[in-house]
Design a protein around this ligand. Structure first.
Ligand SMILES: *Cc1c(COP(=O)(O)O)cnc(C)c1O
Length: 353
């Protein structure tokens, strides 16, 4: 089976050997307060910083999922009110999860076919944090850096939190443009699910100290306190932190990875232009994701394409939420091999007009 599902997605081929190493070196049994674990933690963060170009003054925390990051932000980094800007299902879910913890949270949907118009936003002055999804995995859109820069400029006092779950490690992120960035590792990192990284600015720490929330095992301040020791507040996914450390150790710089991502994205766009029966859901290339392609077609074509792909040993990503029956998705993540992309293109050429 070859999978193009945008999460959980194809695990990097290198992981097989790293799993064996982890087992043989006893990583699976080490204590999470031991010097051995602290070394893995430290090396993992060092490799992440080096390869993803994380600013020196930003901290790196480990959580178990992007969903946990939604809750950590709601609990510890919002006193009363946040403002959520979204155009798809993941951004909307983040808003809904936050509302359960902070009922005053507000939000607005924007049109997925157009660039977010920052000057038209009506953010209440009482909002303390802006929440935005960098790469909306459900519809294949992305927010550009010029838009994030405008947001930063228009709202200098608010913290800005960015869900980069399906773009981090696939394209370069301009960390300075926001305060909180997070991603789980089962998307662009090419790792099994069950771990996420959260990258935060010094301002985030200041704000957390003001709010001073300390009621949870995953309260932000408690996590930071443990991070200073290269530890976590609970027994973490040691195996995945080890795998992340290994994968990032040999990963090229994100600049190189991004160049590959964009080249493959361009190939996909040109390929779909040559087909009549399907088209890219997002027409405006300025807002199109480079890491997740959403292909739209009549429901019968979507159904038939997914089914015949499966018979050919290829898993396509289903449409998500409202777009379930009228789209399918293709992950453009680094762990996917060029050979696999060529196979999928051949399959489409045979099955689609
Ligand atoms: C996959 C995804 C999530 C959820 O990730 P979990 O690790 O399952 O919590 C959140 N946001 C975006 C944009 C995603 O693509």
């Amino acid at each position: 089976m070859i999978t193009f599902y945008p999460g959980p997605s194809k695990v990097s081929n290198k992981v097989l050997n790293y799993l064996r190493d982890a087992f043989l070196d006893g990583v699976l049994s080490i204590n999470h307060r031991s010097p051995e674990f602290e070394q893995i933690y430290e090396d993992c963060v060092k490799n992440l910083r080096e390869k993803l170009l994380i600013p020196e003054d930003y901290i790196v925390l480990f959580t178990s999922s992007a969903t946990e990051c939604w809750e950590i932000i709601a609990q510890s980094l919002i006193d009363r009110e946040s403002y959520h800007i979204y155009n798809g299902a993941f951004g909307e879910k983040w808003f809904e999860y936050t509302q359960k913890i902070k009922p005053e949270a507000k939000g607005a949907r924007f049109d997925m076919q157009i660039e977010l118009e920052v000057d038209k936003l009506q953010v209440p002055p009482t909002a303390e944090l802006l929440a935005i999804t960098h790469n909306e995995t459900s519809n294949g859109t992305a927010v550009g850096y010029s838009t994030l820069a405008k947001l930063r400029k228009a709202y200098p006092d608010q913290l800005i939190a960015v869900d980069a779950t399906s773009s981090m490690a696939g394209v370069r992120l301009d960390f300075e443009l926001a305060d909180i960035w997070y991603a789980s590792v089962q998307k662009c990192f090419g790792l099994p699910a069950g771990l996420a990284v959260m990258i935060c600015s010094p301002r985030t720490l200041e704000r957390a100290a003001q709010i001073n929330e300390n009621s949870h095992y995953n309260s932000f301040l408690f996590m930071v306190e443990k991070m200073r020791l290269n530890q976590t507040s609970y027994t973490p996914n040691v195996l995945n932190i080890y795998l992340l450390m290994r994968v990032m150790e040999i990963a090229p710089s994100i600049m190189e990875t991004e160049a590959k991502t964009i080249l493959r994205y361009t190939d996909w766009v040109n390929f779909f232009k040559s087909l009549e029966s399907v088209h890219l859901l997002i027409e405006n290339e300025w807002v199109r994701s480079r890491t997740v392609l959403t292909i739209a077609a009549p429901a019968d074509i979507v159904k038939e394409t997914k089914a015949s792909a499966k018979r050919a040993g290829i898993v396509l990503g289903s449409g998500y939420g409202d777009l379930k029956s009228t789209t399918f998705r293709i992950a453009n993540f680094p762990a996917i091999k060029t050979k696999e992309i060529n196979l999928l293109m051949e399959f489409f050429s045979e099955h689609l007009r």
